[in-house]
Design a binder for this molecule. Structure first.
Ligand SMILES: NCc1[nH]cc(CCC(=O)O)c1CC(=O)O
Length: 312
């Protein structure tokens, strides 16, 4: 009974590294439960405090949410954990050769959502709406140019708290994240993807392990949803080709019905008055090329200029 059981891997336990926020532990817990159900293996959640969690204020200067991802990747390489779950939206488009994207599970709701007492159309002119995302502000300005948009940071609880306190009339967040933290009941409106194009990868998860861990790559592959993978591959190819990061005013959304991959992407000017928006469809096997070609066509129509106006 007092005998040491040795390292977790020696017992066959799989260690899933997770950030400690409610959203992160919920989505990691869901992946752990699904993997355990499919394989009979025991999955242990290992909490990791990331640099991004302790220096949120400097996040913009640090180059976005990539800081959350790199801390978990470091723990993977150090061998402290066996795999990690990230919000796919937060994953940099530049591949990290040390890790493999072993699974992209079925996507949750990709839409953005308004949290507040009213729908966007019913807010009184001049009302304050909070969002830290240039993509959301630009598209909101196109829908309601008469409202005031306020940059906000912090976790979803903090953001929603500004509505409860009366500081803001409403905030805009990802529906999937609100669901994961149990706050979906406070959504007053789901934005149609046609009105508010989501961030590339929004609502999807990324399951990563070490590039050399062949057995685990096979095991985690059971969690993969091929149609979500082709859709987000196309969306992220748009982002990569535009050389844009997670703070750029770029929306992209794709669906794969098993035969046809349909992709729409947009770059929106900061003031919401102009945008370059294009759609395409093609073979899901050519997801990457489809995204690249669409972005190249967008650049030819001035997408780069629109992005440059606000990010530099
Ligand atoms: N950038 C932070 C982040 N990363 C993932 C989500 C929500 C879940 C998702 O979009 O998949 C959020 C919060 C938000 O955008 O409201």
């Amino acid at each position: 009974m007092t005998q040491s059981l040795g390292p977790a891997t020696a017992r066959g336990v799989l260690r899933l590294g997770t950030r400690r926020s409610l959203m992160a532990t919920t989505q990691s817990g869901q992946v752990a439960d699904r993997l355990a159900a499919l394989t009979g293996r025991t999955v242990e959640l290992v909490g990791v405090t990331t640099f991004g969690d302790v220096t949120k204020a400097q996040l913009a200067q640090l180059g976005g949410t990539g800081v959350f991802v790199s801390a978990l990747r470091d723990k993977l390489i150090e061998g402290e954990i066996d795999f990690a779950v990230h919000s796919l939206k937060d994953l940099p488009t530049k591949p990290d050769p040390r890790v493999v994207l072993a699974a992209i599970p079925p996507r949750d709701d990709p839409r953005d959502a308004l949290v507040g007492a009213e729908k966007l159309a019913d807010l009184a002119p001049g009302g304050l709406v909070g969002t830290g995302s240039p993509r959301r502000v630009a598209q909101l300005r196109a829908l309601r140019p008469d409202l005031e948009y306020v940059p906000i940071r912090g976790n979803a609880d903090t953001r929603i708290g500004k509505v409860a306190s009366g500081e803001l009339r409403a905030v805009v967040l990802a529906a999937a994240g609100l669901g994961r933290i149990g706050r979906a009941a406070e959504i007053s409106q789901f934005f149609d993807v046609a009105d508010m194009l989501p961030a590339p990868g929004q609502g999807a998860l990324a399951v990563e392990c070490r590039a050399g861990d062949a057995d685990l790559i096979d095991l985690l592959g059971l969690l993969d949803d091929p149609r979500t993978r082709t859709a987000v591959t196309a969306e992220r190819a748009v982002l990569a080709t535009l050389e844009a990061g997670c703070s750029a005013p770029v929306g992209a959304y794709a669906t794969d019905d098993g035969h046809i991959l349909s992709l729409t992407a947009a770059v929106v000017a900061f003031d919401g008055t102009r945008s370059v928006r294009k759609s395409t469809a093609g073979d899901p096997f050519a997801a990457m090329e489809l995204g690249r070609e669409l972005a190249t066509a967008m650049i030819a129509e001035g997408a780069g200029t629109l992005m440059g106006e606000r990010t530099h």
